[in-house]
Design a protein around this ligand. Structure first.
Ligand code: UGA
Length: 433
């Protein structure tokens, strides 16, 4: 099929290469010409496992191309995916401006029947709004259908999820659009739910809000574990054995981050408020998460009271391992608090992009974990990078000013820390006295 994807961010890029891999002709439209040039040369603009190879393969087979020419791309396509950003506004509402701008532009070039697909995460009712907007802009209603097709891709595993995900959700109104979307997704062989647009839109928010709630729940259990001497790993494992609960998303830590959970939880709360359905449970999940990500600072203050001029090492800056993304990462909230309190920060992350160096130029960034630890008074592990499991505790003991680790992702062993007389604090797996 001839497909146009608007936006070459995480979602747009993964959608583009995945459909191109399946033999469709994909044109990905992106305003930023530097991104367009880079992608046409086979250089991905984001890090994502497997993306580099797949991009090169599709470019070689000529099933994908990148451009900033919207008109041409729309005219050549049967299906247009909108994958532009939908960030949160300060009041929690979803900022739909990029979607609306996009629709305004598309309206000018719809010269024959096309399916317009909302791939971005958009509030319930957006399919209807987009449809009305197209009609208002003079597009005849027999020339298009608007479909809601939310994504369930995890960053770092996005390609895997596109090809082997648990579900595809298609919110449609006409049989014609249902048939075409069915043909497009059939080769993926994934269970597909055809439903109304409103249901599809709500499935996306409900999924992310439920997973966020699960994380906040296990984090509260973990906090209690530390108080009563229970072990969160065993509690979590036992909970997960119950098939009704499942073991996924029961890993405690210093909270969830990223471009989705923080945005979609407040997004759902704001949608609920609009319809007089206050989402008390999601509100609590958000407030637990806001507190959870600052636990390392609370521990530091309990320990030292005044942390001014102390040197603290942050291990991991990205919101999770396997990505270079720092959006809404708990590390950012910790950095803000530490800087306010006059702390000197060392930081090491195996993959973080230069973006953070521009935001926080006064942090000492290191390319090596051990160097970032030298002379430091506390290590805070913020991200679950595998290499942190191999931290040399003898090196820590010998080379830190004070051997103190706050393990925000439970990467290390309390017993090993105890053996070496290292002060250690985990999230629900105990701490040294
Ligand atoms: C999430 C969802 O998992 C995807 O299904 C969805 O498509 C995507 O949002 C989106 O809406 O686009 P993502 O944000 O990439 O994907 O990352 P996750 O792997 O879900 O992790 C989110 C956060 O939760 C991370 O900060 C992670 O460290 C944290 N987390 C996850 C935990 O603290 N504990 C867990 O057990 C799992």
């Amino acid at each position: 099929m001839n497909i146009c994807v608007i936006g070459a961010g995480y979602v747009g890029l993964i959608t583009s290469v995945s459909f191109a891999k399946m033999g469709n002709n994909v044109i990905c439209v992106e305003k930023n010409i530097e991104k367009v040039d880079s992608l046409n040369k086979g250089i991905p603009t984001i890090y994502e496992e497997g993306l580099n190879d797949l991009l090169i393969e599709c470019l070689e087979k000529e099933t994908i191309s990148f451009t900033n020419n919207l008109e041409d791309s729309i005219k050549k396509s049967d299906i247009v995916f909108i994958a532009v950003g939908t960030p949160s506004l300060d009041n929690g509402e979803v900022d739909m401006n990029q979607v609306y701008e996009c629709i305004k532009e598309i309206s000018k070039y719809i010269d024959r029947y096309k399916i317009i697909v909302n791939k971005s995460t958009v509030p319930v009712g957006s399919q209807k709004y987009v449809k009305d907007l197209l009609i208002k802009n003079g597009v005849s209603c027999d020339k298009f259908d608007v479909v809601s097709n939310p994504e369930f891709l995890r960053e770092g595993k996005a390609l895997y999820d596109f090809f082997y995900g648990d579900k595809i959700v298609i919110g449609h109104e006409s049989q014609k659009s249902r048939n075409i979307m069915n043909l497009l997704y059939k080769p993926f062989n994934i269970q597909t739910i055809f439903t109304s647009p409103e249901t599809a839109e709500l499935i996306k928010y409900a999924s992310n809000a439920f997973l966020s709630t699960k994380i906040s729940f296990i984090n509260e259990v973990a906090n209690l574990c530390n108080k009563v001497g229970a072990d969160i790993d065993t509690v979590s494992m036992a909970l997960g054995l119950d098939k009704r609960i499942s073991p996924e998303f029961l890993k405690p830590g210093i909270g969830y981050g990223g471009s989705c959970f923080p945005k979609d939880t407040v997004g759902l709360i704001s949608i609920g408020e609009k319809y007089n359905c206050p989402f008390e449970i999601v509100k609590s999940a958000v407030s637990v998460n806001n507190k959870q990500r600052l636990i390392p600072v609370d521990i530091l203050l309990e320990e030292y009271h005044d942390i001014k001029d102390k040197t603290i090492t942050l291990l991991g800056l990205t919101f999770k391992s396997g990505t270079d993304d720092i959006r809404e990462a708990p590390s950012l909230y910790i950095i803000e608090e530490l800087l306010k309190k006059g702390v000197k920060i060392n930081a090491y992350d195996p993959m973080v992009s230069d973006e953070i160096k521009e935001i926080y130029p006064n942090i000492n960034y290191f390319n090596n974990m051990n160097e970032s630890i030298l002379g430091s008074e506390c290590i805070i592990i913020c991200t679950d990078w595998e290499e942190f499991k191999d931290i040399d505790l003898d090196f820590v003991k010998d080379n830190m000013k004070e051997a103190f680790i706050i393990d925000g992702r439970n990467m290390l062993s309390l017993d090993e820390a105890k053996k070496r007389n290292i002060k250690y604090y985990s999230i629900g797996k105990g701490y040294t006295n």
